[in-house]
Design a protein around this ligand. Structure first.
Ligand SMILES: Cc1cc2nc3c(=O)[nH]c(=O)nc-3n(C[C@H](O)[C@H](O)[C@H](O)COP(=O)(O)O)c2cc1C
Length: 281
């Protein structure tokens, strides 16, 4: 039986979750969004999973494009698990819509609350010592349900969020391509290239042994969180300053702020594009 889980992860919460599910369901192929979907088709898969974070009340645009290009077996059991902090928005509805276009649907959808990873907007919260055991508990439940191929209606966007989405997220998403103009490195950068290798959107190229951001960034913070010398800094780009909304006003990265990534997901894990996960012993 072929089982495959496609994932997007910046700071490891989603990759950690995908790993755990793969083990629990008796092993699976884990495929990063960095891969070419045509090379990792799900046309002959019996179990298909999508695991990703919620960004701006939706799934990351790169993950959307990936699913759009993916061949899917319409008879497969399909699940989606989203990691998030507080607002799911239309994440599940987006995936459901993409699947409907392919003649199939989500059989199961659940969200897992994690430590917030957007360290350029605010310090990671809630504290890891509270949130990591709670995350573990939620993952255990999800693993059990997916193992049993449970059917579960996916969470929908609340009417309030639906009404607010265009006004709050619209202007922000319109200038998302400007976001990475805020990144620069200080003299601690050793040119190791880890930032380039962990970036889930392949947005970073190395030029003269320094990272260069190429304007298709979702602000996932992988480069910031996994930089071994804390050399990557952020200065609010002009377009964001001009927008002047609450979120754009609070963008900053103080030296003392913790740069969160899931403690059990190392840079090497995020660098791997695909991996066969063995069943849990
Ligand atoms: C750019 C960005 C946008 C985010 N937007 C949301 C959001 O709209 N709602 C929410 O609940 N969490 C949001 N989060 C939090 C992430 O969904 C959460 O930390 C997730 O577990 C990160 O997954 P990862 O570690 O696999 O990258 C956001 C995080 C980032 C970096």
């Amino acid at each position: 039986m072929k089982k495959v889980i496609y994932y997007f992860s910046g700071t490891g919460n989603s990759l950690y979750t995908a790993n755990k599910i793969a083990q629990a369901i008796g092993g699976a192929e884990l495929v990063s969004v960095r891969c070419n979907p045509q090379d990792f088709s799900a046309a002959d898969a019996d179990v298909i999973g999508f695991v990703c974070p919620v960004y701006e009340w939706d799934i990351p645009g790169t993950f959307k494009k990936f699913i759009q290009q993916l061949d899917i077996n319409p008879k497969a059991y399909v699940f989606m698990v989203a990691t998030y902090i507080a607002v799911l928005g239309k994440s599940f509805e987006t995936v459901q819509k993409l699947l409907e276009e392919k003649g199939t649907k989500l059989n199961y959808g659940r969200a897992i609350r994690c430590v917030a990873s957007q360290c350029i907007a605010y310090p990671p919260f809630p504290p890891e010592k509270i949130m990591l055991p709670y995350m573990e508990k939620q993952i255990k439940k999800v693993c059990k349900e997916i193992q049993q191929k449970k059917e579960r209606a996916y969470p929908r966007m609340s009417p309030i969020t639906r009404r607010r989405f265009p006004k709050i997220m619209g202007p922000y998403l319109a200038i998302e391509h400007e976001y990475d103009k805020g990144f620069y490195t200080d003299d601690r950068c050793k040119g190791c290239g880890i930032c380039q290798k962990v970036c889930p959107t392949r947005n970073i190229t190395m030029e003269n042994q320094k990272p260069n951001w190429n304007h298709h960034c979702h602000g996932c913070n992988a480069c910031v969180a996994y930089c071994p010398t804390k050399a990557i800094q952020f200065k609010t780009p002009q377009a964001y300053r001009e927008l002047g909304t609450l979120i754009t006003k609070i963008l900053c990265l103080p030296e003392k702020r913790k740069r969160y990534h899931h403690p059990l997901i190392k840079a090497a894990d995020l660098m791997r594009d695909n991996k066969t996960i063995q069943p849990e012993e």
